[in-house]
Design a protein around this ligand. Structure first.
Ligand code: AN7
Length: 345
């Protein structure tokens, strides 16, 4: 029987699978690459959207987590931990459950989107809210590994980056070469580093003729890399990227330097405008953080006619509160055709 076998098996030749005895997969990866007709017209280029929200737990984190949990399980680990703004915790909880492992997730109190919290709880993780932001939660997760036998599955775990680089492979396999520009939101800066590793690995193996420029976008209230210093109190409506001290800061800067790219900031208003445009004109409902890549294209412009991929990292259903609070409450009418017609006239 054919069919997609999950990215660890499909891209096994390109991954470090030493010691792996048992692959833990939910058949993640192989996500759609949708051509964005209206957005292309608006910016004067050829833009595609990589729909990472269609992964099994609704975000790109599944790519890293299939690898991290596969390796942790093969190494004999029984419990994993992560600090998270939400999506990592949902993915860790799901893959740990699949592997029959325990999972502890540390999230910033009150600053995690409802859908992500629901996922972590329902998949059966031990969910702990921290009085503090993501950066504190990540530090605590690291510290915890020194006090009990537990494996950290944040992107400081190299297996996570390994898995996530497969997003770049899929783009080259589908487009026939790398795009001119890869636009991507930046929070803890793991994903931009992972894509760059994937692109360079494929390029040196002659699977692509070119390399893309890496364009990362942070939220203006949580833009430490743009500012060049840590942000102690990061703030943005895009809670996924509400991060003030990215763990992969250095590799992200390397990706940008080597590719002649850039990391720049977009405001919450710009981000929400792009988010709304994507839903209304491309019929893609992503979460607010994911729209940072598109907001960046709209804000800064792009070279005419270039080929661009925006990585839409997470599903819009993750964050129903932001969606509903941004809209007017839908009208209520009596259940009669007269009332309905009166309203619609
Ligand atoms: C939808 O889940 O950091 O720059 O703890 O959920 O690799 O951190 C999430 C990050 C972009 C940023 N888009 O990626 C977590 C977490 C979405 C995200 C990012 C995240 P990185």
């Amino acid at each position: 029987m054919g069919g997609w076998k999950g990215l660890v098996r499909e891209y096994g030749d390109w991954l470090d699978l030493r010691g792996v005895t048992d692959v833990v997969t939910l058949l993640e990866g192989n996500t759609p690459l949708l051509h964005a007709e209206r957005l292309s017209e608006r910016v004067g280029a050829d833009v595609w959207l990589k729909l990472e929200g269609l992964n099994p737990t609704g975000s790109f984190k599944d790519r890293g987590m299939t690898m991290a949990i596969t390796k942790a399980k093969s190494a004999g680990a029984t419990t994993v931990v992560c600090g998270s703004t939400g999506n990592t915790s949902a993915a860790a909880a799901a893959y740990a459950a699949r592997a029959g492992m325990g999972c502890v997730v540390l999230v910033p109190e009150g600053k995690i989107a409802l859908g992500k919290l629901a996922q972590a709880i329902v998949y059966g993780a031990e969910v702990v809210q921290i009085r503090g932001n993501f950066d504190r939660a990540l530090n605590l997760a690291r510290e915890l590994t020194q006090h009990m036998p537990i494996t950290i599955v944040n992107s400081i775990n190299p297996d996570r980056i390994e898995g996530q680089k497969t997003g770049a492979f899929e783009l080259v396999d589908e487009l026939g070469d790398a795009p001119d520009i890869l636009a991507i939101p930046v929070g803890n800066a793991g994903n931009i580093s992972a894509y760059w590793r994937g692109f360079t690995q494929y390029h040196f193996a002659k699977k692509s003729a070119t390399l893309p420029k890496m364009w990362g976008f942070q939220a203006a209230g949580a833009a430490p890399i743009v500012l060049g210093h840590r942000v102690d109190e990061p703030e943005t409506i895009a809670t996924a990227i509400r991060i003030g001290n990215p763990a992969s800061w250095v590799p992200a800067l390397e990706a940008v330097d080597e590719s002649h790219g850039a990391i720049r900031a977009v405001t919450d208003d710009e981000l929400l405008d792009a988010w709304s445009f994507l839903a209304r004109h491309e019929s893609v409902f992503c979460e607010p953080a994911s729209a940072a890549s598109v907001a960046g294209l709209l804000k800064f412009g792009v070279p005419a006619g270039s080929r661009i991929v925006c990585v839409l990292t997470g599903n819009g259903l993750k964050d129903p509160d932001t969606a509903v609070s941004r809209a007017a409450t839908p009208v209520v009418v009596d259940s009669s055709i007269e009332a309905l017609l009166a309203h619609l006239s």
